[in-house]
Design a protein around this ligand. Structure first.
Ligand SMILES: *Cc1c(COP(=O)(O)O)cnc(C)c1O
Length: 388
């Protein structure tokens, strides 16, 4: 039996209610574009929340998924697998220094939970230091480190104690990190919190203080990873090497995937200290191999740096009255508005451009890394029309 009603009505009847939804049903994607049920085309400057770094339905990723779907999909990591053995060295090859141990999982929040467990196992300590304005996900450990009180407050009795200090405040961070700290967790560029790049001196000071105290420096690269900021990983702009890195979003070419990565020098974690039924499944591994290979072979990291710089210059040259400041790194750009972002997002969508909020007042652009200048000019034109 088919239930009656529009896509909106059926989803609203059965959905969780957890999402504030836009009144648009998107049904198809190709490259930087997505289409709604009526056949209207939008330029997707959200990349599906930062996931579709290669745009939608990249042919190499689509091919890898369909081939693997006919070969082997379900396999627990208690067995070895050829696709996984292909992915791990590829990940190692794009990670700097000796960041070469990986725990594969299925989402960003899981990568953060895994990073916390690894830090606890490696240090034997319990303390966690995170940043104000941080976003690390919605499961309890990740939620405890997420700053936004609206997300955190309803669950506060369940959340482990986390010391939150101001982002980019070196003094506050030095004071908060001690011999009891297991993990210092920060994004290399705060995404949800308003697109705030981490200062080089700040990240270097965190590294130094972690070395002094034996705490693990955990960098959340879930949104910034795989070329988004114009380097493979956002922390590379600072020259700092973290102990542990959380990865997700773009890693799987659109499939749900995450990973915890840590330095070889720290060794493996103990048997049965962590696990995941779906983690490292051959389908996700095949998609990730295709996606990371395409990012590398199409030179998308350098392209994000060049086009991101160009985008920032073009936006800065516009006479935008509603804008307080423009921040960003590579193809991760935030325009802090004088007013609320929601009406601006609606107006941009009416002009055929989908963008994201970052907090209440910041417009966030996360276009696919494959975007070209003509397509970026469409985004710039729509912003000029709406905010000029
Ligand atoms: C999206 C995001 C997360 C959470 O990822 P999920 O896959 O939604 O659990 C964590 N940290 C950062 C920086 C993110 O952008």
């Amino acid at each position: 039996m088919t239930e009656t009603g529009t896509t909106f009505e059926i989803e609203d009847r059965h959905g969780s209610g957890a999402y504030g939804k836009r009144p648009t049903a998107l049904v198809r994607g190709e490259g930087v574009y997505v289409w709604d049920e009526a056949g209207r085309r939008y330029l997707d400057a959200t990349s599906g929340q930062g996931v579709a770094a290669l745009g939608h339905c990249h042919p190499a990723v689509a091919r890898a998924i369909s081939e693997q779907a006919r070969t082997l999909v379900a396999l627990h990591e208690s067995f070895y697998n050829d696709r996984r053995a292909e992915l791990l060295p590829l990940l190692d090859s794009v990670m700097p220094a000796d960041l070469s141990r990986f725990f594969l999982c299925n989402s960003g929040a899981e990568a953060i939970e895994g990073a916390l467990k690894v830090a606890k196992l490696l240090t034997g300590r319990a303390g966690i230091v995170a940043a104000k304005r941080a976003f690390h996900g919605r499961t309890t450990g990740a939620l405890a480190m997420t700053w936004t009180p609206k997300y955190r407050k309803p669950f506060h009795e369940w959340l482990p104690l986390v010391t939150h200090v101001a982002y980019n405040d070196t003094h506050a961070a030095r004071a908060a990190i001690s011999q009891e700290t297991a993990a210092v967790v920060v994004e290399s560029v705060q995404g949800e919190g308003g697109v705030h790049p981490g200062d080089t001196e700040y990240l270097q000071a965190l590294r130094e203080r972690c070395d002094e105290t034996g705490a693990m420096l955990v960098i959340d690269e879930i949104q910034t990873g795989f070329g988004r900021t114009g380097k493979w990983f956002g922390f590379e702009h600072s020259g700092v090497v973290p102990d542990i890195v959380a990865l997700a979003k773009a890693i799987g070419g659109g499939l749900p995937m995450g990973a915890v990565c840590w330095r070889r020098a720290h060794g493996p974690i103990g048997r049965a200290t962590h696990g995941s039924t779906f983690g490292g499944n051959p389908l996700a591994c095949a998609a990730a191999v295709a996606a990371i290979t395409a990012i590398r072979d199409e030179g998308l990291v350098a392209r994000a740096a060049a086009n991101g710089g160009w985008l920032m210059d073009e936006l800065s040259a516009l006479d935008l009255k509603g804008i307080r400041v423009i921040r960003g790194r590579g193809l991760m750009v935030g325009l802090e508005l004088r007013g609320r972002v929601t009406p601006v997002l609606k107006d941009l969508q009416a002009c055929g451009v989908l963008a994201l909020p970052a907090g209440l007042n910041t417009l966030r652009l996360l276009p696919p890394l494959i975007i070209n200048r003509d397509e970026l000019a469409q985004v710039i034109g729509a912003i000029d029309e709406v905010l000029g």
